[in-house]
Ligand binder design. Structure first.
Ligand SMILES: [Zn+2]
Ligand SMILES: [Zn+2]
Length: 164
């Protein structure tokens, strides 16, 4: 799965992607009342434990993530920041039984989405673009793990402005 994600991230952002397995979890991210992990705390953990700036860091976790205003999130990123996180928990709800191939594709799509936010991209109106909104797994399945032409040119514009 991680190789699949790496291939798509490299393709979408033309950036070097290093894989790193780290079984550690932030000690303070578990919310006992919600029985979920705080995605904000996950992002802080990634910033503290991940590679130094200017590298961006994407965490993939099997823990169910939430932000206060939503029941759950597939992932979260700091808009135009360095950290992003994606959870496999709701992408693999087991109903219907998800094949590893389908799961890997969903994870790749949401990883491109969250890293896109970290690169400063906003949501896209195209339902096929990885930057399209996806409140449900069905919406995720309609997307591709790629950026549409509009998002690619927005990304290129941002890169030009930031000098690389
Ligand atoms: Zn989003
Ligand atoms: Zn797009």
């Amino acid at each position: 799965m991680l190789e699949h994600v790496r291939a798509h991230l490299t393709g979408a952002f033309r950036a070097e992607v290093a894989l790193h397995h780290d079984p550690r979890r932030p000690a303070d991210a578990w919310d006992a009342r919600r029985r979920q992990h705080s995605s904000k705390k996950m992002l802080s953990f990634l910033l503290e434990q991940g590679p130094p700036p200017p590298a961006r860091v994407l965490g993939i976790t099997d823990q169910d993530l939430f932000i206060p205003i939503l029941t759950f999130v597939f992932g979260e990123a700091q808009l135009g920041g360095r950290a992003a996180v994606v959870s496999t928990a709701r992408l693999d709800d087991g109903v219907p039984v998800v094949s590893p191939r389908v799961l890997a594709e969903r994870v790749a799509i949401e990883c491109v989405h969250e890293v896109g936010h970290a690169y400063g991209l906003l949501h896209c109106a195209s339902p096929r673009c990885a930057m399209g909104r996806s409140p449900s797994v069905r919406d995720v399945d309609a997307k591709k793990p790629q950026l549409c032409r509009d998002c690619l040119s927005r990304l290129a514009e941002r890169n030009d402005r930031s000098g690389g």
